[in-house]
Write a protein that binds this ligand. Sequence first.
Ligand SMILES: [Zn+2]
Length: 284
Amino acid sequence: MTRVYLSVDMEGVAGIATLDQIIRGGSGYPRAQELMTGEANAAIRAAFDAGASEVRVSDSHGTMDNLLAERLDPRARLVSGGPRPSCMVAGLERGDSVALFIGYHAGAGTRGVLAHTFSSNFTEVRLNGEPVTEAEVNGLYAAALGVPVGVITGDDEICDVARKAFPDATKVVVKVSHGFSSADSVSPEASATAIGEAVAAAVAAADRGDLRPGAVPERFLLEADFSVPLMADYAENVPGVRRVSGRTLSAELDDPDGLVRMIMAWYYTAAVGAQQMAAIAHRR
Ligand SMILES: [Zn+2]
């Protein structure tokens, strides 16, 4: 039994570089959905060709309903929609053979394409004092369930992070960042080929027992800098949260599940502050 779990984001997909492409309502969004679905299908096909008995796909971008379900490889199951527990790793289970992160992006404040960490309302998220990316948080969640990360795909910036964070994983650089909304990308066809090869190798490595889950630290000190204090005013009402400064909150969590839950609690409460700010700006 080889169970493959796929978490598919949108910012790190080949051919995608702008906000217009990744936000519902943008003129480029429908085509970006096709590009995202294409990379997901390349990974699904390669996983089954390499002997996977089961492939579960998590739609892990924004409202989590971007993948074109009717075009998805019919052998895969699709986890979509939200809010949902564990966010980008919803449906990941103990006993899964390998987790694959497709279309991922760099963290807030870096030079990666469409770089952010979970929310555009966080200017930086840190774990145990170091800046952290979505890939690393999700990788810790997987590690706590004993599941290794086998592949990570995206721009050169997130693949640089992954070289340190996931030494055993295959990194597939599908584009080179030229800025927040600019990239030099390979074609969708070339990215599908490269992703397929990486997934096949990762599934084979998982079957041989060559992939090990990452190390899980003993403590989880989470800190986030919010873009404005009003967002932190809302988010600090979550029990166990400490106000470090006007824009910064911290919390000590027991495990990666608690870590993801706290990030989501801050994500949604900060959004209330952001809505209020937008309403005021609109009236001016
Ligand atoms: Zn995303």
